[in-house]
Design a protein around this ligand. Structure first.
Ligand SMILES: [Zn+2]
Length: 669
């Protein structure tokens, strides 16, 4: 029985690039083509309508994952994967070989079968070539893959040969197991990075009557040059009348290079996985929405794209969604990325037909970003780079000076508590200035509520906790309720991975806060809780504060928290209580914003290179006896000469707001 009926329609001059078509049990597939990855019978965060719109012709699903969940019985009950996920076009299933390979330590490979531990319930699962085909038959994919033995690109020649030979024997068994099923079956060429093995494997596999041939064992740590050389070696020997599939590859540029070398089909998780990280593939190259520069950019993320995302939203909006961790960001960027991949494949096909492949290829090579990687499997990453990766999480990295760790925000370069010792600064600026211990010694029924705005690596919160625990000879007279606000836990998680440089985190509290969002110490009468999300929103969920440690990133990085409207909201929450706010800045326009919002503003103590810091007092705090030195005529005179007169976040010449500063009661002599 002949399946797929591949037709070679055109070949590009001066290149191996080719255009073709074949027919599966569900639709006609035009090549070259990209297959979005639907690991669990779903392409991450993408609706089927959007996938259909993108022009996706084949989805890839993972046999290994579907075998564990939902299991073969459920799939069969719904008439296979097409009925289960209501997908009208083709599905290709992998054999499970790659997943077995990518779970080191939990597998054994024998002649008869591979055995691995289920990540779902820890039972041992055996996958033989026959079981893999039987499962893929039950899934009902249009194209099945033969079970192969995939090894890392770093193995030696002997190990590579032995894995390759096992792959060949399993290929024969897979073909026999397929029998007269109408489902197509592809064989896989292995051989790691060794040219002689790749040649031998291609010869052996192509002698078997598969419906198509795949190049496996790439995108597992080799360099792109090695991958391209291997692709060239193999495609030269593959029969012209069968589709060719390069498994697990890759970036848009990888696709261009592989089509140039004669490959027809691809799959990769990058369009959706990088979408989650805020990265878009565009006709202008890669765009990384973690870069602060996109904050106010109008226009679509790709001016040449007509997808739903690009028709509907500006870059600034997508940037915002990503920054606030809105899942819609993942979905919209994923939609665009899938669309971009499909569009790129269609354009390649057009240029092959039009006889303009070579100029197109050369122009695109410069455009499509070549600096991509495959994440942790990439062994071409140098040791130094890997070391750096370990010190990075999300938009944060650890830097170490004199054995002390600091957290740096990568996009802005801003360092949290940049001077001397973060823990020491936290103690001086927040714990000591606020007379925290003294206030806890005064008996009160109500707990003392401290807001910790910008948890970061928990330097301020832990300074408070350690101070209270260190001082409490007996049970404190007053309970401490500490509420931390943070929208991005990456900095704390990163610091917790490196407690040798962050000594203040060698304590049970931070991990407990991370996992359960609260921590309590009955002996010292401390309750610490975490409110995740934007302070602008979450502050309404917290008990009203007595003291605020106001320590978010600066105006440059986290501007919204420092504006006049933000301080006005805060002032109204504090209107009927004596509240003291401590912050590290002494910026004139921030002080002006606090004054215009209704706070009384006093000088805070200096720390490191800063001559001063700032203390904001609610009216009731200012009226009560205190030892703070309010800004006076001298500051006002300086402010009037300043070019930063306008409260931050308000128009430069808003007379009423300038007057609110100038006429503030604290300046009435
Ligand atoms: Zn788009």
């Amino acid at each position: 029985m002949r399946r797929l009926e591949f037709t070679l329609e055109a070949t590009a001059a001066g290149s191996q690039a080719r255009a073709g078509r074949f027919t599966t049990l569900h639709n006609e597939v035009l090549t070259p083509t990209f297959m979005p990855v639907g690991t669990h019978a779903a392409v991450r965060s993408q609706r089927r309508e959007d996938l259909l719109d993108s022009g996706a012709q084949v989805l890839l699903a993972n046999t290994y994952h579907l075998l564990l969940r939902p299991g073969v019985d459920i799939l069969q009950k719904f008439g296979g994967i097409h009925g289960f996920m209501n997908w009208p076009r083709s599905v290709l299933t992998d054999s499970g070989g790659y997943q077995i390979f990518s779970l080191p330590g939990s597998r054994t490979i024998r002649e008869e079968h591979a055995e691995f531990k289920s990540y779902v319930d820890n039972t041992r699962v055996r996958l033989s070539p026959e079981r893999s085909i039987e499962t893929q038959k039950a899934i009902g994919s249009d194209i099945m893959m033969a079970l192969d033995h995939c090894v890392p690109s770093t193995v030696d020649h002997t190990a590579a040969r032995s894995a390759m030979e096992l792959t060949h024997r399993w290929a024969r068994r897979s073909l026999a197991a397929r029998g007269d099923s109408a489902q197509a079956l592809f064989g896989i060429v292995q051989g790691a990075r060794f040219t002689d093995l790749r040649l031998e494997s291609t010869q052996v596999i192509t002698e078997m009557p598969f419906d198509g041939y795949a190049i496996g064992g790439l995108a597992v740590g080799e360099s792109s040059a090695e991958r391209e050389e291997c692709t060239t070696t193999v495609t030269r020997l593959l029969p012209r009348d069968r589709p060719r599939y390069l498994m697990g590859v890759g970036t848009t540029r990888d696709l261009l290079e592989a089509v140039h070398r004669g490959v027809d089909m691809f799959d990769c998780i990058l369009p959706t996985s990088l979408a989650r990280q805020g990265v878009a593939f565009t006709s202008l190259g890669r765009r990384d929405l973690r870069r602060a520069g996109y904050v106010a950019i109008e226009g679509p993320i790709d001016p040449a794209c007509v997808c739903y995302t690009c028709r509907t939203y500006s870059i600034a909006y997508l940037f915002h969604l990503h920054r606030v961790h809105e899942s819609l960001s993942w979905q919209l960027l994923g939609l665009h990325n899938v669309h971009f991949y499909m569009q790129l494949m269609r354009r390649m096909r057009e240029h092959i037909f039009a006889g303009t492949w070579l100029p197109f290829y050369h122009a695109q090579r410069d455009l499509l970003d070549a600096r991509d990687s495959y994440g942790e499997a990439a062994t071409h990453v140098t040791r130094a780079q890997r070391q750096r990766l370990k010190r990075t999480r999300g938009r944060y990295e650890v830097i170490v000076r004199d054995g002390i760790g600091f957290i740096r925000e990568v996009n802005s370069g801003e360092v949290m508590h940049p001077i001397d010792d973060p823990a020491e600064e936290a103690r001086l600026l927040y714990v000591e200035q606020s007379r925290l211990l003294e206030r806890l010694r005064t008996p009160e029924d109500e707990p003392l509520v401290v807001w910790d705005v910008g948890l970061g690596a928990a330097a301020n919160a832990m300074a408070a906790i350690l101070a209270v625990e260190g001082s409490a000879q007996e049970h404190p007279a007053r309970r401490l309720t500490l509420v931390s606000f943070e929208n991005d836990m990456d900095s704390l998680e990163l610091a917790l991975d490196h407690t040798r440089w962050f000594k203040h985190l060698r304590h049970a509290a931070p991990r407990s806060l991370l996992s359960g969002h609260r921590w309590t110490n009955e002996t010292s009468a401390i309750d610490w809780s975490l409110l995740r999300g934007d302070f602008a929103v979450r502050k309404f969920d917290a008990p009203p504060p007595d003291i605020i440690f106001f320590d978010p990133f600066s105006i440059k990085t986290d501007g919204a928290l420092w504006t006049l409207p933000a301080f006005r909201e805060l002032a109204s929450l504090c209107a009927h209580r004596p509240v003291e706010l401590y912050t590290y800045t002494y910026s004139t326009s921030v002080r002006a914003a606090m004054l215009a919002a209704g706070f009384y503003v006093a000088k805070g103590r200096g720390t490191g290179p800063k001559a001063e810091t700032t203390i904001g007092l609610s009216e009731r705090a200012a009226m009560a006896p205190h030892q703070h030195e309010l800004l006076g005529a001298e500051w006002l005179a300086k402010w009037r000469r300043s070019d930063a007169q306008a409260p931050f976040g308000s128009p430069a010449h808003e007379a009423s707001e300038l007057a609110a500063v100038f006429l503030h009661p604290q300046f009435r002599a």
